[in-house]
Design a protein around this ligand. Structure first.
Ligand code: ZN
Length: 321
């Protein structure tokens, strides 16, 4: 029976009555509350390719991190039923099964970004994938919430058989001592994190630049600004296209309405805004599915453009693949 207002209320009334006469009483009263979340995993198909969203956890991002007027930020947060500040930003990674190869796009943060992150290993275990089965680790950029999961607490590679693939521009930036010295103190650890990860994979490291094809199946889309080599990846198969756009959005409630509201840790905020608008325009115009590392889990959806305003439309979760 479809749920209508009327039968929903009728059902509630019935429940109240049943409780009153003691039919339901203390169902499952001996079952303890779980208190912890299950691993977050959702699969979907892009043509014949399988893409699995993996939830690494969340980070707290105070509204003040965004270049946004406080009252307008609070109004948008309220409209989206969110506290004004801080708000929780999910961190997603994506596993791509190309058939003959398993590719992990970003790895979550592990211990590099606080205790609310680092659950990608549990998510991978939940889909039956062992770290040694990963053939390639593809980085959208080298911020700690994206690369931290590639190393263990001793700085050793977690993915023992994986090739690490990253853009030349990002690799160069995070190894540039002048950039390190000029960075605000709060962001200096980002450099050591990126360098430790790169060192762990130095013998099987591949760099790419510009628009190119990787692993015979994935296209690269340079989206610079957030970091110099920040890159999206296109998964295309049959009639389906998915753009994994990485960190084009950190806060869906703010940045679809105001693409110019970048986070304070953008390396080049002006360029990041231009990349964000370009990605929004392309996704809206071509009606392609996008996936984001900080879009609400599982991070899949579309960009609508109506009367000059962008809007995020979360994708349905497929049940059967
Ligand atoms: Zn990020």
């Amino acid at each position: 029976m479809p749920i209508s207002r009327r039968n929903l209320f009728a059902a509630s009334a019935g429940l109240a009555m049943a409780t009153a006469i003691g039919d339901i009483r203390t169902a499952n009263a001996s079952t303890e509350l779980a208190t912890v979340q299950m691993p977050g995993v959702i699969r979907r198909k892009v043509g014949t390719i399988e893409v699995t969203a993996l939830l690494d956890g969340y980070m707290e991002m105070p509204a003040a991190l965004f270049k946004a007027p406080e009252d307008e930020a609070a109004r948008l947060a309220w409209k989206q039923f969110q506290p004004a500040s801080p708000r929780l930003s999910p961190v997603n990674a994506f596993l791509i099964n190309l058939g003959e190869r398993l590719v992990l796009v970003d790895t979550g943060a592990a211990g590099l970004f606080g205790p609310t992150l680092g659950r990608t290993p549990q998510a991978l275990a939940a889909v039956g994938v062992k770290p040694e089965q990963i053939d390639a680790v593809l980085f959208t950029h080298m911020h700690p919430d994206h690369v931290g999961g590639a190393i263990d607490p001793h700085g050793n590679a977690v993915f023992s058989n994986a090739e690490m693939i990253v853009s030349e521009a990002d690799f160069r930036y995070w190894h540039d001592d002048t950039a390190l010295n000029q960075a605000p103190d709060a962001f200096k650890p980002f450099f050591s994190g990126a360098r430790t990860v790169a060192k762990a994979y130095e013998k099987r490291l591949t760099q790419f630049s510009g628009e190119t094809e990787l692993l015979g199946a994935l296209g690269t889309v340079p989206l610079p600004g957030h970091t110099p080599g920040h890159t999206g990846f296109v998964v295309h198969s049959g009639d389906d296209t998915l753009l994994i756009w990485a960190d084009i959005v950190h806060h869906a409630a703010f940045q679809f309405a105001h693409p110019e509201w970048g986070p304070a840790f953008d390396v080049d905020g002006t360029l990041a805004t231009a990349s964000r608008k370009r990605a929004f325009d392309q996704a809206a115009h071509d009606r392609i599915l996008v996936a984001g590392m900080h879009l609400p889990f599982p991070g899949f959806g579309h960009v609508a453009l109506e009367k000059g305003e962008y809007r995020f439309v979360a994708a349905e979760w497929p049940y059967d693949l």
